[in-house]
Design a protein around this ligand. Structure first.
Ligand SMILES: Cc1cc2nc3c(=O)[nH]c(=O)nc-3n(C[C@H](O)[C@H](O)[C@H](O)COP(=O)(O)OP(=O)(O)OC[C@H]3O[C@@H](n4cnc5c(N)ncnc54)[C@H](O)[C@@H]3O)c2cc1C
Length: 310
């Protein structure tokens, strides 16, 4: 860091600390915030206490040209070893809530875990949200990723989202029909921070809903590894008949290793930190598999996992 940058960062730190106190920390180890359990430090780590403070912080960041990165539950994000420059924003407990706003409509904060929303829907006799019980992330991440499983996904239950626009520094509501959802992605702009969402369920019977939830969870336990350091599916499937795991297997990559990064023997699209891996090992493994699959099948696998950092 040259002298000028050092002075700039010092002033920035003092200014930010004064304004945001305990909600802002410096040099926070991000490995605790990714399911891979990997990653370097965030230069700044901000947990807003509410929407107003979030907007105030975004205005300061904009003025200071400070880069911002939003992180959900980190179940789909590989954080690089050299950490993330600028501010990593993680919505805290005030953005984690569920409430019934009509007999079949749930409003939830973006930091709420998916399984909590699934259980809240079940407790209120609302069907079609059962799939959320087996996705380990938060609602914000699930919407950005259009997460789903077993023929359901977010796009099928969403009514609207409330977002903070980082450019305009205002809160907006966006209706489902104005969002284009694709398989594991959406056209939502990068500078939008989702703060809450409304979902529509179908009034049903709690016992039936619970049964479906259990079935999904059981199916997942049989087909996918659990209790390991992973971010789930590494690559997107091409289609139902050409899934990423099939291509990985067909190309003979399932025993590939890089350092302590390996491929799950139970599901070869799940890449795993075996305990001592670095992020670079996971990234090298990703690149090696992608190259091999391309050479053997002509398919260029697209990443589902997001990679952030330096
Ligand atoms: C064991 C395991 C099983 C999984 N199974 C499935 C599955 O069946 N189906 C499936 O679809 N996925 C699955 N996943 C992947 C992952 O759980 C989902 O993609 C999940 O929805 C990501 O949510 P998250 O909060 O962890 O997002 P993160 O990983 O934190 O972030 C993902 C993206 O969303 C953005 N983001 C997060 N919150 C916000 C917000 N509030 N506003 C704006 N942007 C935001 C981030 O910037 C990033 O680009 C699995 C993962 C694991 C570890």
């Amino acid at each position: 860091m040259d002298d000028w940058t050092e002075v700039f960062v010092m002033n920035l730190n003092n200014n930010f600390k004064k304004k945001f106190g305990d909600n802002l920390s410096e040099e926070v180890n991000l490995s605790h915030y990714s399911w891979f359990n990997l990653g370097g430090n965030a230069q700044f780590f901000f947990k807003p206490k509410n929407k107003n403070q979030l907007i105030e912080f975004l205005a300061e960041a904009k003025n200071s040209n400070l880069k911002t990165t939003i992180l959900g539950a980190g179940s789909n994000t590989l954080i690089r070893d050299n950490g993330v420059q600028g501010a990593v924003i993680k919505l805290g407990k005030n953005f984690s809530y569920t409430k019934l706003i009509d007999k079949n409509i749930i409003e939830t904060g973006a930091a709420t875990l998916d399984r909590k929303v699934a259980n809240f829907a079940k407790d209120n006799n609302l069907a079609n949200l059962e799939f959320l019980s087996c996705i380990p992330g938060s609602i914000g991440g699930a919407i950005i990723m259009n997460s789903g499983c077993y023929d359901s996904d977010i796009s099928k239950i969403l009514l609207s989202i409330k977002v903070i626009d980082q450019k305009k520094l205002i809160e907006n509501e966006i209706k489902r029909e104005d969002i284009k959802f694709l398989y594991r992605e959406s056209n939502l702009m990068k500078d939008l921070i989702i703060v809450s969402a409304k979902f529509k369920g179908t009034i049903s019977n709690k016992i039936e809903i619970e049964k479906k939830q259990f079935e999904f969870i059981k199916k997942k336990k049989i087909s996918q590894p659990n209790q390991i350091k992973t971010c789930g599916s590494t690559f997107k499937n091409i289609n139902e008949n050409k899934k990423a795991w099939m291509l990985i297997k067909e190309s003979g990559c399932q025993n590939f290793k890089e350092g302590d990064a390996m491929i799950s023997q139970k599901h070869c699209n799940f890449f795993v930190n075996n305990g001592k891996a670095k992020s670079i090992d996971i990234e090298n493994l990703i690149n090696k598999v992608r190259k091999t699959v391309y050479a053997k099948t002509g398919v260029n696998l697209e990443l589902e996992v997001k990679i952030i950092g330096e």
